[in-house]
Design a protein around this ligand. Structure first.
Ligand SMILES: [Zn+2]
Ligand SMILES: [Zn+2]
Length: 173
């Protein structure tokens, strides 16, 4: 679990602690789909006690198994995201003025533990591409026969390809 024990840090405003986790996660649930991870989720952060809040700053790395929206093949999508969140106690959050723009961006934690997992999960989901591509140049599937055009041309493409070549092929046969 990507959790920070802040009991000690609470006593020392202005101080910072570094954390790193590397762990296996269950698949991400997204719009009825389950997206499995292809490796560990790596979270590396610095936590700062700002006096009233805990500022968490760092990076998230993860490899996800996605399906290409063009050729439908599975591929590994690497994500490297900046991660920044701010946490405070429920009491402190309540006391913040309603019109403070940042209020919605500050997360609340209780006790001496901050669980970063929900925020990391949200950051990963937000970073998922709408139309994943195994590579920019992916040729996709032939709309005629369904062949994966990354593995070479299909028969339908050869025929209605270059009309001069088709004429030549006719002459030769
Ligand atoms: Zn593809
Ligand atoms: Zn085809």
């Amino acid at each position: 679990m990507v959790k920070i024990g802040v009991a000690e840090l609470k006593k020392a405003p202005g101080s910072q602690v570094e954390y790193k986790w590397e762990e296996k996660w269950p698949p991400l649930s997204f719009e009825g789909q389950e997206i499995p991870f292809a490796g560990p989720v790596i979270v590396k952060v610095v936590v700062t006690n700002t006096g009233n809040t805990f500022l968490v700053n760092g990076k998230v790395n993860a490899d996800l198994n996605l399906y290409c929206s063009r050729c439908l093949e599975s591929f590994i999508y690497h994500l490297e995201l900046p991660f920044e969140e701010q946490y405070c106690s429920a009491d402190f959050w309540q006391a913040l003025p309603e019109d403070l723009e940042l209020k919605d961006e500050i997360r609340v934690f209780t006790g001496d533990t901050i669980d970063l997992s929900p925020a990391v999960r949200e950051a990963l989901l937000l970073a998922l591409p709408m139309k994943p591509l195994c590579r920019e140049s992916c040729q996709g599937l032939c709309p005629g026969c369904g062949k994966d055009l990354n593995r070479g041309n299909c028969e339908c493409h050869r025929e209605d390809g270059d009309p001069r070549l088709a004429a030549l092929a006719k002459l030769l046969s």
